[in-house]
Design a binder for this molecule. Structure first.
Ligand code: ATP
Ligand code: MG
Length: 729
């Protein structure tokens, strides 16, 4: 068989890696150098040239989306379907194993996955039952502690004893939480890996089976594996599997979540002999973008050190835009995106990246107003919206009446006169008798322990769920979803909310029906169903998928501008990229400012962001920004100063002239006197910034802005309409 086509379109170093004799391999290389491409081609090579069965391959990616993409690319190369190939995230693969081996793992067959939101609520409930003061011990911190311990492979009882009150308290919370999860068959994200790692250790026969099966394992984004993932991989590899790991130390951005960059170093020792491959040519970005990214990351001390080069064109300079405020910044991004699309570009080509999720709302509103289709990748996800979660909880209760999480959420949604007090009574009784809340309701009704009025309401609710269940038995998934949102009263309830909000909620619920249709039409779960897994109903599979999937499956279809946090942009590439909110305090994030190590991680994050851009990169910041209800006046990010000036152009509003960043003097062609009657050089007084001198004006009418050089706070752009300046001269 001719296998040479698998080596086409690869450079020498890549070709060598793809066709290397089967042994352990570590590819450490910079962004856009073809690491993921090498991984894909290596899988194809193993199958076609080495005759390895797809059945004995395991590939680990960072997102479900990347897994789909990988499968697709392998099939394209080989022109055959590779269904038996396991490709997925660590979490996805661990989940599949637990579904298949729930008995051995000591889980109920219908165990439920807790997403971050469910987990937080459960921890809160645990803390309340332990009488722990949430003011003193925030629940989020407890969640953080629990997940951190699990990521290190520790059960509650393995958390070291200590006389530190912080440790003692959190250990106790972890213990109670663990017990509750075990009793109720609940599995959080970190638990998926911890549990399946225990499965390896406690079931030697099963481990031997999988060790024999997976002859080759390939891991992308290796720099971001954490302790438990590394241990999981090492145990599974045993002595006979071959591992190919690819990664980039400069793109390690999950240290705050327990990722261990040292795993790259450990790998060479633990899996010796290891062939080390380096790739140095970048195929993604223009020379300018690459130069800027290289210069930025050179400010980090702790790195392997590598220079990327490209023989591509220099491309445009990096454009920097200083918005007057966050709305102005969003407007700029929207205008520029619209230009791109009007010029024949696809919305799919455009990505807007930001440091924190809270930044998305303003951007979303600007895009909505401009009627530019967009989607949010990760973060504020479709499946986390209240109305969607409500609908999902109804669906959950259909297959599992004992799910208290689902029960609590919808027992009085839409409102049906079952108040908090009643719910508390039911909860208490359930706890006392070690029953689910559903069961506890049934008992209460049988015993007549509820007041007549409340009993009627509760009975109606139970009947509603049973009736829905019966009615749905013969329906396909999307018909079921449709029926549930109607008959539960949810559609009506949410549509009644006033204005845009109600409309949006109604549309979201309708989108859920489309999402269900799409799910059955194209089963996206990257791992093919094994016989055991097929015993799961489509509804169960769907609910699991929703919980697992970190939001990369969105309801919006068709070409869209992509909005996402820098963290979720890893591995992706776009012709046009905006990095928004490039301000001190926001990026680098103020939480990182104190610790030097954290600043380096922020800088790597910036490097990741910049290297997503293929052709054009825009960096924007705002002089004032309203976040979480307060106005912030932030200086431009230090990362901006770390990019060589000759690679940057500062963008002015339409009608004004571009000039090199950091230049002084008036843009050419600017009138001495602006349309608003303010002279250059005019001395002015501002209520907050004090005294200053007007140095530039641009635009006119409502959007006119002036730049004032204040003696105390330096130069600032102000919106004429809002500046309220007093003229001094
Ligand atoms: P990241 O670090 O961001 O994950 P990466 O190292 O995984 O990047 P890839 O995504 O595999 O890089 O490749 C970057 C881009 O360069 C892709 O569009 C890929 O198709 C292209 N590319 C890689 N190698 C070559 C090559 N030899 N010839 C042409 N294009 C290539
Ligand atoms: Mg990659």
């Amino acid at each position: 068989m001719d296998v040479s086509h698998i080596l086409d379109n690869l450079n020498d170093a890549q070709r060598q890696a793809v066709a290397a004799p089967t042994g352990n391999m570590l590819v450490v290389a910079g962004a856009g150098s073809g690491k993921t491409r090498v991984l894909v081609h290596r899988i194809a090579w193993l199958i076609e040239a080495e005759g390895v069965s797809p059945h004995s391959l395991l590939a680990v990616t960072f997102t479900n989306k990347a897994a789909q993409e990988m499968r697709h690319r392998i099939e394209e190369l080989l022109k055959i379907s590779v269904r038996p190939l396991w490709v997925g995230t660590f979490h996805g693969i661990a989940h599949r194993l637990l579904r298949m081996h729930w008995r051995e793992a000591g889980l109920p067959q219908n165990f439920q996955i807790l997403d971050a939101d469910d987990q937080l609520r459960l921890v809160k409930r645990v803390m309340r039952s332990m009488d722990i003061d949430e003011q003193k011990w925030p629940a989020r911190q407890a969640v953080w502690f629990i997940n951190g311990q699990k990521d290190e492979g520790r059960r509650a009882k393995q958390v070291p004893a200590s006389d530190d009150l912080f440790q003692i308290t959190h250990k106790r919370i972890y213990e109670s939480y663990e017990t509750l999860c075990q009793q109720s068959g609940l599995v959080d994200f970190a638990e998926l890996l911890l549990k399946s790692h225990e499965l390896w250790l406690e079931q030697p026969e099963m481990l031997a089976h999988y060790q024999k099966r997976f002859q080759h394992m390939l891991v992308d984004e290796f720099q971001d594996t954490n302790t438990i993932q590394y241990a999981w991989l090492k145990v599974l590899a045993g002595t006979s599997s071959r591992i190919t790991a690819v990664g980039d130390d400069d793109q390690s951005i999950y240290g705050w979540r327990g990722a261990k960059i040292e795993n790259i170093h450990r790998f060479s020792d633990d899996f010796a002999p290891v062939e080390l491959v380096r790739l140095e040519q970048n195929y993604r970005s223009t020379a300018t973008i690459l130069k800027a990214a290289n210069a930025l990351i050179a400010n980090n001390a702790d790195r392997f050190g590598k220079e990327l080069w490209t023989d591509g064109p220099p491309g445009d300079p990096i454009r920097v835009y200083a918005g007057y405020n966050d709305l102005d910044e969003a407007r700029f991004i929207t205008d520029r995106s619209a230009e791109w699309i009007d010029g024949g570009g696809s919305p799919d080509d455009v990505a807007v990246l930001y440091r924190s999720n809270a930044q998305s709302r303003v951007l979303e509103e600007a895009l909505l107003r401009a009627q530019i289709p967009y989607r949010i990748y990760g973060g504020l996800r479709f499946f986390e919206r209240a109305e969607i979660k409500n609908a999902l909880c109804y669906m959950r209760l259909l297959i599992d009446r004992n799910s208290d999480t689902a029960f609590e959420r919808i027992v009085n949604t839409p409102t049906r006169g079952i108040g908090d007090k009643t719910v508390e009574v039911i909860r208490q009784q359930a706890r006392a008798r070690e029953l689910s809340m559903w069961q506890s309701c049934k008992d209460a009704l049988a015993e007549g322990s509820l007041s007549k009025r409340v009993a009627t309401k509760v009975a109606e609710f139970l009947t509603l769920i049973d009736e829905l269940d019966a009615a749905c038995a013969e329906l396909s998934l999307h018909e079921l979803a449709d029926h549930v949102i109607e008959a539960s009263g949810l559609l009506d309830f949410h549509s009644r909310e006033r204005g845009e909000r109600g409309l949006a909620r109604k549309e979201n619920l309708e989108e859920l029906v489309s999402a269900c249709r799409q799910f059955t039409g194209d089963l996206v779960f990257p791992i093919p169903a094994e016989p055991e897994a097929e015993s799961q109903s489509v509804l169960e599979q769907f609910l699991d998928q929703v919980a697992l999937d970190s939001g990369d499956r969105q309801a919006e279809s068709g070409p869209c501008v992509q909005l996402m946090t820098l963290h979720s942009a890893k591995g992706l590439e776009y012709p046009l990229v905006f990095l928004a909110g490039m301000e001190e305090g926001l990026f680098p994030h103020k939480m990182s400012a104190q610790e030097p190590g954290r600043i380096e991680e922020e800088r790597r994050l910036c490097y990741v962001g910049m290297t997503r851009a293929m052709r054009e990169l825009y960096i924007t910041h705002a002089e004032t920004r309203r976040l979480h209800g307060t106005d912030n006046y932030n200086r431009p990010s230090r990362f901006l100063q770390e990019i060589p000036r000759d690679l940057i152009h500062e963008v002015r509003m339409k009608g004004a002239v571009e000039r090199p960043y950091g230049g002084t003097g008036l843009p050419s062609g600017m009138a001495e006197e602006s349309a608003n009657g303010l002279r250059m050089g005019q001395r002015v007084m501002h209520a907050k910034f004090g005294e200053g001198v007007v140095v530039q004006c641009e635009g006119d009418g409502e959007r006119a802005r002036i730049q004032v050089n204040f003696s105390d706070v330096g130069a600032k752009w102000l919106m004429m309409g809002y500046a309220n300046l007093d003229i001094l001269d």
